[in-house]
Design a protein around this ligand. Structure first.
Ligand code: HEM
Length: 157
């Protein structure tokens, strides 16, 4: 009798953990399924990128030379209250080139994408080093566009 009760309890225990695993996999927002579902487009405009700032949307994206990186892993840097939160959801290229996180350096959302033409050689080099840093650390999730085109100069810097 006792053996039967123990066997039933063991079966119930395993059934419960299998059920819990099933629920967790289906609801976990950090599972692969959840992550893919949040990336709705590979082509961003400055305005559509802006919502990926860690506030309006949990994900944080940043554009560097018209490539959009998912920097959510670096939320301590770019999330609300972080030292570089001004870059969240924005084209950070000029800020990185000038080594400045001053909001005045960012291109306003209603203006054309920065073509970065006026950067000095040193500023271009600084931007390239930052670009490498982002390539090594974060995943590209799309590109920044305006009226369907990317400014030529910014592509070939
Ligand atoms: C007061 C001067 C500054 C200090 C003390 C400082 C400190 C730091 C530190 C400790 C890190 C982390 C490095 C690592 O773990 O890889 C970092 C990363 C970074 N800093 Fe600064 N920083 C300063 C100024 C700036 C400025 C002016 C910019 C503007 C472009 C900037 C942009 C960045 C970026 C983009 C990262 C990379 C974060 C990432 O990996 O996603 N920093 N900084």
């Amino acid at each position: 009798m006792i053996t039967t009760i123990v066997v039933v309890l063991v079966i119930l225990y395993f059934a419960r953990s299998i059920y819990n695993d099933f629920i967790a996999n289906n609801n976990d927002p950090l599972s692969n399924q959840g992550q893919e579902a949040t990336i709705v487009e590979g082509k961003f405009t400055p305005k559509s990128l802006a919502k990926y700032n860690g506030k309006d949307h949990a994900k944080i994206f940043i554009a560097v030379k018209n490539r959009v990186f998912d920097v959510s892993q670096g939320a301590a840097f770019y999330g609300p209250g972080g030292p570089y939160e001004n870059f969240a959801g924005r084209d950070a290229s000029r800020g990185l080139a000038l080594n400045s996180f001053d909001p005045a350096v960012l291109t306003p959302l209603d203006q054309p994408i920065d073509d970065l033409k006026d950067l000095s050689k040193l500023e271009k080099e600084s931007l390239e080093q930052w670009e490498e840093h982002f390539e090594n650390r974060y995943k590209v999730v799309g590109s920044l566009h305006e009226n369907g085109t990317v400014p030529e100069e910014a592509q070939s810097l």
